[in-house]
Design a protein around this ligand. Structure first.
Ligand code: PLP
Length: 414
């Protein structure tokens, strides 16, 4: 997920003294699990190999085809937009504000004018959005709604995902599995979706690569120094990168592998959510609020996020400082820049450039999270010496769309 660059490597060799790397990679975890803790157990749910395959199946299931109109948010991953493109849909983007909430008047305008068949709401970074309001606008205009929970890990008692007609979970982002996604369907929209297993070497390669990656990241919790693992990922990282292979075959939906089902059945889901929530609370309370703008910021109890999201100026400098201490955060930028060439959604682009996710993970101890906060706050103090208070700029009034400039970015963190 995170690939340290050479500059971080040099720094980390000089300075890291801690024995373990700190990141939010997933690990192999064989524990005591309770199937009833999984949020979809009592729902109408189908397991797929990936979220994008689930979306391909869903679009087919509701009969969407070339020219049908779909509304997507302005900041959208390839995993969501590619299935719509594969089906030849007419894609329109609604704007977002600097908190990544929909620009409600723009959404209403588009929905009224276009009468889309489907709209997607992403709970970015696992932070709850106003799904009830979103669904009301879309339903009034005849659109079904997918609530995308790919970045959230929720417990069955959580109300997150209760409003949409369909709910998408992508497991590889939150648990140590080789593949997997779940699509929940509301009772009024039961579709006979049946992902079919078929023999494709690309799928086998993808699973082997992901398992190898899990084995390596799990080993990195126990053996080797952060400097060693930095060097390891620098040299071998590309051999564990299964994304292009997945993009090659996702058009034909397949079921989640038996291996991942077995791993999921042994993952202590509830304990993980509880622990990650504890990490989130600590970040919220202790990170320097004048340098780090908290995205979301509402204390949840029923679901956690995939990492603690902030917006920050000089994100690369923060990354380098943390990486020099064997600590890795992530952001989403590469493969998330799908705005049409002639339109820029200013605020979505701004968040794309400034968000940063601090690690929260079942594998991390409370002490490790305190250590991350300590290093981040020390960096923040130095930043403050040289900058006007950043957070005041974060809250400025959002602008909507404007004329274009190139959206290509470069650094790959996910
Ligand atoms: C918000 C969101 N939804 C859906 C997907 C697609 O899920 P998957 O990677 O399981 O295909 C992604 C992947 O990046 C995502 O970030």
């Amino acid at each position: 997920m995170t690939k340290p660059g050479p500059s971080q490597l040099a720094n980390s060799e000089e300075r890291v003294t801690r024995r373990r790397i700190i990141n939010n990679d997933r690990y192999l975890w064989i524990g005591r699990a309770r199937p009833e803790d999984l949020p979809w157990t009592h729902k109408n749910a189908v397991k797929f190999a990936s979220g994008r395959e689930a979306l391909v199946a869903l679009l087919g299931g509701i009969g969407l085809g070339p020219g049908d109109i779909v509304l997507l948010p302005a900041f959208v991953p390839e995993g969501v937009i590619a299935p719509c493109r594969v089906k030849g849909l007419d894609i329109h983007f609604y704007s977002l504000d600097r908190n990544l909430d929909p620009d409600w008047s723009h959404l209403e305008e588009l929905a009224t004018a276009l009468q889309p068949r489907l709209a997607v709401l992403i709970h970015y970074f696992g932070i709850r959005r106003e799904a009830g309001r979103f669904v009301a606008i879309c339903h009034r205009n005849g659109a079904l709604v997918v609530e995308d929970l790919a970045h959230a890990q929720k417990l069955p008692e959580s109300s997150l995902g209760a409003d949409g007609d369909f709910v998408l979970h992508s497991l590889t982002k939150i648990v140590g599995v080789a593949d997997g996604a779940v699509l929940e369907m509301a009772a009024a929209h039961l579709l006979p979706l049946k992902p079919r297993p078929y023999c494709d070497p690309r799928r086998a390669i993808c699973i082997v690569m992901n398992m190898a990656r899990l084995l390596v990241t799990s080993a990195s919790r126990r053996f080797g120094s952060p400097a060693f693992w930095s060097r390891f990922w620098n040299i071998f990282g590309r051999f564990f990168y299964s994304y292009p292979i997945l993009m090659w075959y996702f058009k034909r939906p397949t079921p989640m592998s038996g291996l991942s089902k077995a791993l999921l059945a042994r993952f202590p889901w509830r304990d993980a959510v509880v622990k990650r929530l504890r990490h989130e609370r600590r970040y919220r309370a202790d990170l320097d609020g004048t340098v780090f703008g908290h995205l979301g910021g509402v204390a949840e109890t029923g679901h956690c996020t995939m990492g603690y999201a902030v917006v920050v100026e000089q994100r690369e400098a923060l990354f380098d400082t943390l990486a020099a201490q064997g600590i890795y955060g992530i952001w989403f930028e590469y493969k998330w820049d799908h705005f049409p060439a002639d339109v820029v959604h200013d605020d979505a682009r701004w968040v794309m450039k400034h968000h940063f996710l601090f690690p929260t993970a079942y594998a991390l101890s409370d002490e490790e999270v305190k250590e991350v906060i300590r290093v981040a706050n020390e960096w923040a103090i130095k930043q403050k010496a040289g900058h006007v208070a950043f957070v005041t700029r974060f809250h400025r009034k959002p602008a909507r769309t404007a004329r274009s400039e190139s959206m290509n970015t470069g650094r790959d963190r996910m």
